[in-house]
Design a protein around this ligand. Sequence first.
Ligand code: CTP
Ligand code: MG
Length: 235
Amino acid sequence: MMTKFLALIPAAGSGSRMGNELPKQYLPLDNHPMIYHAINTLWHNPLITQIIVVLAPDDTVWFKYDWAHFSKKLIILNCGGVTRAESVLNGLLAVKQLNLVNSNDWILVHDAARPCLSMHQLEHLINELAEDEVGGLLAIPVADTLKLGNAKHRIIQTQPRENLWQAQTPQMFRYGMLVKALNNIAHANITDDASAIEALGLHPKLVLSDVRNLKVTYPHDLVLAELILQQRSDL
Ligand code: CTP
Ligand code: MG
């Protein structure tokens, strides 16, 4: 059986650090709701056959937009959980119910909050990992000097940055392994999928990316994301 590539976008967060009533995945960015951009890039990759979007059960915004253009690959699930990890796991289990996935298929989990992923970064990730035993993620080596601070914002120590990386998404793992990993860490406080795989004693591969694949967390990140999207030439 051919190994498939499926993308899963957890989009059930509220964007509390953004401080806007509208969940951040729907904030306007380059003439579209933010989540449009992640979908658009994943949709253009010919290897990815399905894009699963995991919304909050009480989401009332998604259906206000017209997604017909992407409909051949889109699967919308209203099964988001209290944490990102829960949203991802709920989405994975629901896809199994729909008989859409096999244990060996690749799942690319990509945050709705990373709208600037480029076609090239996505291709690079897939090329680097398609034959990998474990899977991995886009990441960038830490460039800044790192300080450990105390509660009063005074430096305790300078941390060596050698071998430190910042994790991004997509994070790409085999369906069976990812479900096992996320079930295994149930309720632990993790913020990415690789952490769950690491908890199995495995070593996901760090695939070199760059700062343009930024995560939109605070209002000023939106300004940067808009500039990056306007400069790009691949889509
Ligand atoms: N996410 C999710 N389910 C949750 C929490 C987060 O699907 N219960 C999704 C978000 O919608 C986002 C991605 O996980 O696409 C990364 O999370 P983050 O950037 O932290 O977004 P929010 O949790 O929405 O923002 P904040 O932490 O500021 O509240
Ligand atoms: Mg969050």
